[in-house]
Design a protein around this ligand. Structure first.
Ligand code: UD1
Ligand code: CA
Length: 455
């Protein structure tokens, strides 16, 4: 049985933030949740999270049936942190230790480390051009592992070593518990170091396997806002690359942000500065213009989303055209071939097949039939200050510009509203509704005179 211990008690002081470090987001998701996701992919049966700084908030974030949290009230080192959880592990389990601030280790790498732990203890190392700040892997002249030496405790010669400890370690739980009990804090930081168990294992004659990784994501951790931004850009570039491999045409991988899950059909195009949040699906031949934000949206085949459009919690059916500068809010469904133009806000509204709202309108809590046309400046008055009401338009309704539709209201199919009307009563099929003051032209009208100019 595999159990994973995630260390997430540290403060992350270099983030200069009141938010616990592991709750800072990468690709829209807290760092610690990326680590959890990684643990689940391995099929871990129990996941332990060691919490300390911001414990409540971290616990609330990771809370799940397969997750158990353990409080490390005082941060006395990584070894001490693992001790808080090791007692809750089954002695015969294999335990994998991960850091909550190293979020994107490849699944394959972790599998190798776990599998290497079958015959003893395993750790993950990497060779870095600039190993500063990391613990170094010390080997004997035959290349056999001796120990991990923290930078603060290292001699000048040891500091020149470029093989570093990533922090990932796997071992039998019972053995790990026994070694941890023997770790002391006689070192430069007066901390209980987790990697010290590797040196103890070796002294006990136990096999120590060092898996050396050459995947950058396996070592990149987050200690500062700069590192967070670097990792975000690398990750986004890699997500964009995967999409391109699947045939998506992306104008610039450095100007695409996926903060959730994106599913694409064939021949999808994404222009610059597109932000994807939550669950988004794009059908075949969909194009998303520059500067669009899509959050929890489904876009049907052939639909075109023109620049500067914001879509949240909405469905756009095939062939529809949205924008530029349109806003679709939750609960909206835009029918096939329909059009929503510039400065149109749509909320909780169904727009039928081929219907149009081309300019400057607010459509809230409405059902608009097929082929209806909503003129510029039309507003559904859906809110009376206390309750929301629906507006229902049948098929092929024509609403003239600058009309005010006071809900609850029904306009039957074929109804026609004259421009500038305030409609408060239902309109029957094929009626014309005019609700505005009649025009009066005053003959011989004298304009008011301006006062005489004085100095
Ligand atoms: C650690 C390793 C070092 C390795 C490096 C890789 C130790 C002693 N050193 O150093 O060999 O090269 O990671 O990034 O293990 N944490 C707790 N409780 C504590 C201390 C830490 O939960 O008391 C957590 C932190 O929140 C963090 C992780 O453990 O997620 C690593 O701690 P950190 O202090 O960043 O270790 P490093 O000094 O980077
Ligand atoms: Ca660290």
């Amino acid at each position: 049985m595999l159990e994973v211990i995630i260390l997430a008690a540290g403060q992350g002081s270099r983030m200069q933030s009141s938010l616990p470090k592991v709750l800072h987001t990468l690709a829209g998701q807290p760092l610690v949740l990326h680590v959890l996701e990684g643990a689940r992919k391995l099929g871990a049966q129990q996941i332990h999270v060691v919490v300390g700084h911001g414990a409540e908030a971290v616990e609330a974030t990771v809370s799940a049936p397969d997750v158990q949290c353990h409080l490390q009230a005082e941060q006395r080192g990584t070894g001490h942190a693992v001790q808080q959880a090791i007692g809750a592990c089954q002695a015969e389990s294999t335990v994998l230790v991960l850091f909550g601030d190293v979020p994107l280790i490849a699944e394959q790498t972790l599998r190798e480390v776990v599998s290497a732990a079958k015959t003893g203890v395993a750790m993950l190392s990497a060779n870095l051009e600039n190993p500063a700040g990391y613990g170094r892997v010390e080997r004997d002249p035959q290349g056999q592992f001796i120990a991990v030496v923290e930078e603060q405790d290292a001699t000048d010669e040891q500091r020149r070593l470029t093989e570093i400890n990533t922090g990932v370690l796997a071992s039998n739980a019972g053995a790990l518990k026994a070694w941890l009990a023997r770790v002391d804090n006689q070192n430069a930081q007066s901390e209980f170091y987790l990697p010290d168990v590797l040196g103890l294992a070796r002294l006990d004659g136990e096999a120590v396997t060092v898996v050396c990784s050459d995947n950058v994501f396996d070592t990149l951790g987050v200690n500062s806002p700069q590192q967070l931004e670097q990792l975000e850009r690398l990750h986004q570039a890699s997500l964009a690359d995967q999409l391109m491999t699947a045939g998506v045409l992306i104008s610039d991988r450095s100007r695409l942000d996926i903060r959730g899950r994106l599913e694409c059909g064939r021949d999808v195009r994404l222009d610059v500065n597109v932000v994807i949040e939550g669950e988004v699906s794009l059908g075949n031949e969909v194009s998303i213009g520059a500067n669009c934000i899509l959050c929890n949206a489904q876009i049907g085949a052939g639909a075109r989303i023109l620049p500067f459009t914001h879509i949240e919690g909405a469905e756009v059916q095939s062939g529809a055209v949205i924008g530029p500068y349109a806003r679709l809010r939750p609960g909206s469904v835009i029918g096939e071939q329909a059009k929503v133009g510039n400065f149109v806000e749509v909320k909780n509204t169904h727009l039928g097949k081929g219907a149009k709202a081309n300019h400057l309108a607010y459509l809230g809590d409405a059902d608009i039939g097929d082929l209806s046309n909503v003129g510029a400046g039309t507003i559904t008055c859906n809110y009376d200050g206390a309750n929301k009401h629906r507006t229902t338009l049948g098929d092929a309704v024509f609403v003239g510009s600058n009309s005010t539709l006071v809900a609850p209201l029904t306009i039957d199919s074929g109804g026609f509203v004259a421009a500038g009307s305030t409609i408060t009563d239902d309109v029957k099929a094929d009626q014309l509704a005019v609700a505005r003051g009649r025009q009066r032209n005053v003959e011989g009208w004298q304009r008011p005179a301006k006062p005489e100019e004085t100095d």
